[in-house]
Design a protein around this ligand. Structure first.
Ligand code: ATP
Length: 453
């Protein structure tokens, strides 16, 4: 696949924009931050909410074969024995004998410390799960783990969902939630965090149909990113080699995004076979099977798992949307975010902050706020205010000028094309609603669904 045109954003620029405008802050910054933990600020939280809403809409709301779940983060410790996480969820680590930095040995190119060139120890296995205690006594018997993935909550609820929803195969469970990993290699901003959010699907199918459903979800998930506006040339599919396959997987593909540091995993799609249900049935003593009324047989469903990260999607969207150009004779930074993802949909900008414009502008602001996240900005020149909105990806600015008092019209200015149109205040909401997308919020660009590599 061809490399894309030279990127206008490097990670430093993006981190700085996110910090400066209130998308993302280092966690506990006043104490110097906490390694690989991040706080989403006023704009970041909106972006994240919009991503999750778009995902939920696509995989639950618009489908009749999917239902949602919100399982607890703390799970019975036996879960992690059955899943293989207690035994297998480990990274081999080496430590530098001089500077004592630790490295993932499978990431290293040579046999010396990448930081100081020092000698390294033999690899040691390190479990990535965070441990904590349940109840008042800190003893081995009360050890629980912060879940390293949301998936297990869906496997252990398979029977509950089956019995309460009366779904038949194939059907899926979707869940969005926090996951925790004591990652060894960290960095690259929100790409690899120790606390992050996942959007996972566990899709249960008849064993003989696994290949067909695996291919289906691969295409479906790839298309989703394109519908969000991510450029096709910045996405690719990468098949896991036999050596790379996780212990539970029969087949696995990553959807990679071309981040500023290079191609890296945005979402993983795995055919987990019957591994999880068999393991949990063994460990719990419950029979986790499905009765197929057509064949009158009991089967253990196979599971297709598309597993995405909210944070990595946010990072991909920000990288992809970032642009610099010249508008109205001035350099500007802008985010070409899809209107449905933009944190703020509309900014209301009165030309003057005094009477009689302010009351009219405030009235419009109050009205639009009923429907969307809206900013009100009356500070500095109109050009500066447009720049501020462009930089956070606000698709539309509504300007109220002195003429508005006479003709009861306002100007809508569009972020990407810079086009301006004059509309009656009366129909402003309707015009904006049409522009912000109604029924078909996310559509594929022409040819967008062809995913042959
Ligand atoms: P990597 O190889 O990059 O460590 P992984 O293969 O361990 O990722 P999965 O276990 O497949 O990741 O998790 C599914 C998804 O969860 C990933 O595609 C990613 O979007 C997200 N994810 C996993 N680990 C992290 C992390 N430390 N920080 C942010 N997101 C993560």
């Amino acid at each position: 696949m061809a490399e894309s045109a030279p990127r206008k954003v490097d990670m430093e620029k993006l981190v700085s924009l996110c910090r400066r405008r209130g998308f993302i802050f280092p966690s506990s910054e006043i104490y110097g931050g906490l390694s690989s933990c991040w706080d989403y600020g006023p704009l970041g939280v909106e972006l994240k909410r919009n991503i999750k809403q778009a995902w939920w809409r696509a995989v639950v709301q618009e489908r009749d074969d999917m239902v949602g779940l919100d399982a607890s983060i703390l799970m019975h410790p036996q879960t992690w024995e059955a899943s293989g996480h207690l035994g297998g969820f480990v990274d081999p680590l080496v430590e530098c004998k001089s500077c004592h930095l630790r490295w993932r040995s499978d990431d290293l190119k040579g046999d010396k410390c990448p930081s100081c060139g020092g000698e390294l120890t033999e690899p040691r296995l390190f479990n990535l799960m965070f441990k904590t205690f349940i109840g008042p006594v800190e003893e081995e018997a009360s050890v629980v783990y912060l879940r390293p993935e949301t998936a297990q909550g869906m496997f252990v609820n398979f029977e509950n969902v089956l019995n309460t929803t009366r779904k038949r195969l194939p059907f899926g469970i979707a869940q969005i939630g926090k996951a925790f990993r004591n990652e060894v290699t960290t960095g690259n901003f929100i790409f690899r965090c120790r606390e992050f959010e996942q959007m996972e699907i566990e899709f249960f199918v008849k064993p003989e149909t696994d290949k067909q459903w695996f291919d289906y979800w691969l295409e479906e998930r790839l298309n989703w990113y394109v519908k969000l506006g991510i450029k096709r040339e910045n996405l690719r599919l990468r098949q896991h080699t036999k050596e790379e396959l996780a212990h539970y997987a029969r087949e696995c593909y990553d959807i990679d995004y071309l981040y500023p540091m290079g191609w890296a995993e945005l979402e993983g799609i795995a055919n987990r076979g019957d591994f999880d249900l068999v393991q949990h049935a063994k460990s719990s003593g419950k029979s986790l099977v499905y009765y197929d009324e057509e064949t009158k047989e009991h089967v253990v469903p196979y599971i297709i798992e598309p597993s995405a990260g909210v944070d990595r999607t946010a990072l991909a969207l920000l990288c992809d949307a970032y642009d610099e150009d010249v508008a109205e004779g001035e350099k500007r930074v802008l985010l070409h975010l899809h209107p449905a993802l933009a944190p703020i949909k509309v900014a209301v900008l009165p030309l003057s902050r005094k009477e009689p414009l302010a009351p009219l502008a405030k009235e419009i602001y109050a009205d639009l706020r009923q429907q969307w996240m809206v900013n009100y900005d009356d500070a500095q020149s109109i050009g500066r205010r447009y720049r501020r909105q462009d930089e956070i990806g606000t698709p539309f600015c509504v300007t109220i000028d002195f003429q508005s008092l006479e003709d009861k019209q306002v100007t809508i200015r569009e972020r990407d094309s810079l086009k301006q149109i004059r509309v009656p205040i009366e129909s402003l909401k309707k015009t904006l609603a049409a522009k912000l997308g109604g029924e078909d919020l996310f559509v594929l660009p022409p040819g967008g669904s062809v995913w042959k590599e």
